[in-house]
Design a protein around this ligand. Structure first.
Ligand code: NAG
Ligand code: NAG
Length: 309
């Protein structure tokens, strides 16, 4: 391990030929995130990471890849799906280009969650001419890489980025296939599912899983929201293991509102047999399964209601 890292280090030092920095193909495409409360559309391709915060935004900025480090896969992960990485980039801003006489470097740690979901942490570091710049001396997550130590961010330190046009996914591990009764609470008020039960249908198809939420709206009509599953994964928050899932519904107005990160604690069994999930646009707003502005409580499958074979 150590030798490999040293070797990589030496090879990349004579970078041009061997370490031409390109994002791995699985990151290419358009993405959406909310960074410091600012909704961003992002485009990643080749060595570019473009940020577009609005269609006509003159402050659009972009970053170019200078070096990339693929983290070794964790036990139990073969790395064929996708990898965590740390990327050293140079920051460019069309508007403020000449305001700093140094180089604005950005260390970006990327946690791979699924083909449709990644989480990143950015750190800006200004360096000046003549200074030796390598990710192994400026990026906090890899400065001890030569000792085999990596310091990747936790979920709460990251921004979640969702693919704009998601790939169909199977997320059967989120819910066992079936039809469930649910309670849905938003902003501390039961907006929907108040007068009559809501149903959540989790019936897999061959290629992808969709979740369908149906409820009686205030006008007595049945409303239906269909959610695409963007991925699911496990992660630790404050020492506890949680299961996460990311969903998107094109039936919800507002891009920000249409993306949902959900979290539950599978190990905390409730005596009523219900499963409690909390939801938010970004996973970094979910600290536990009690306090959240959006909550979903799932009861056992309704008797007599099953997925069609
Ligand atoms: C990426 O890092 C996170 C946090 O350290 C870890 O839980 C996860 O297993 C890693 N994923 C891969 C694909 O190595
Ligand atoms: C998450 O952990 C559970 C066990 O608690 C396991 O059954 C499931 O497969 C894990 N999911 C992922 C995506 O690793």
């Amino acid at each position: 391990m150590k030798t490999l890292l040293v070797l990589l280090f030496v090879l990349c030092f004579q970078r041009e030929a061997l370490c031409d920095c390109q994002f791995p193909a699985e990151l290419n495409g358009e993405w959406f995130s909310v960074e410091n409360s600012i909704p961003l559309r992002l485009g990643i391709s080749g060595s570019f990471w473009n940020e577009i915060s609005g269609p006509k935004d003159s402050q659009a900025s972009y970053m170019t890849c200078k070096d990339i480090f693929i983290h070794p896969p964790r036990p139990g992960q073969d790395g064929t799906q996708g990898n965590n990485m740390t990327v050293l980039m140079e920051y460019h801003n069309m508007k403020h280009m000449n305001e700093i006489d140094g180089t604005v470097n950005v260390c970006v740690d990327i946690l791979w969650r699924s083909i449709n979901v990644v989480q990143y942490r950015k750190e800006y570091i200004v360096t000046f001419e003549g200074q030796y710049v390598s990710m192994f001396n400026i990026c906090p997550s890899v400065t001890n890489a030569y000792k085999g130590e990596f310091n990747l961010p936790t979920t709460l330190e990251t921004t979640t980025m969702y693919r704009w046009m998601s790939f169909p996914m199977k997320c059967s591990e989120i819910f066992q296939p079936g039809v469930y009764q649910i309670d849905y609470e938003k902003h501390w008020m039961k907006e929907v599912c108040r007068n009559s039960p809501c149903l959540l249908t989790a019936c897999p198809t061959r290629r992808e899983d969709k979740l369908v939420l149906s409820y009686a709206a205030s006008d007595d009509n049945t409303k239906v929201l269909t959610f695409d599953c963007l991925g699911s994964w496990n992660a630790t928050v404050n020492g506890r293991e949680y299961t996460y899932a990311a969903l998107r519904s094109l039936d919800i107005n507002g891009i920000e509102e249409s993306y949902k990160c959900m979290m539950t604690n599978r190990n905390a069994k409730f005596p009523d047999g219900k499963e409690r999930w909390v939801m938010s646009t970004d996973c970094n707003k979910l600290y536990n399964t009690v306090f959240a502005s959006e909550k979903l409580t799932i009861s056992k499958a309704s008797p007599g209601m099953k997925c069609e074979k």
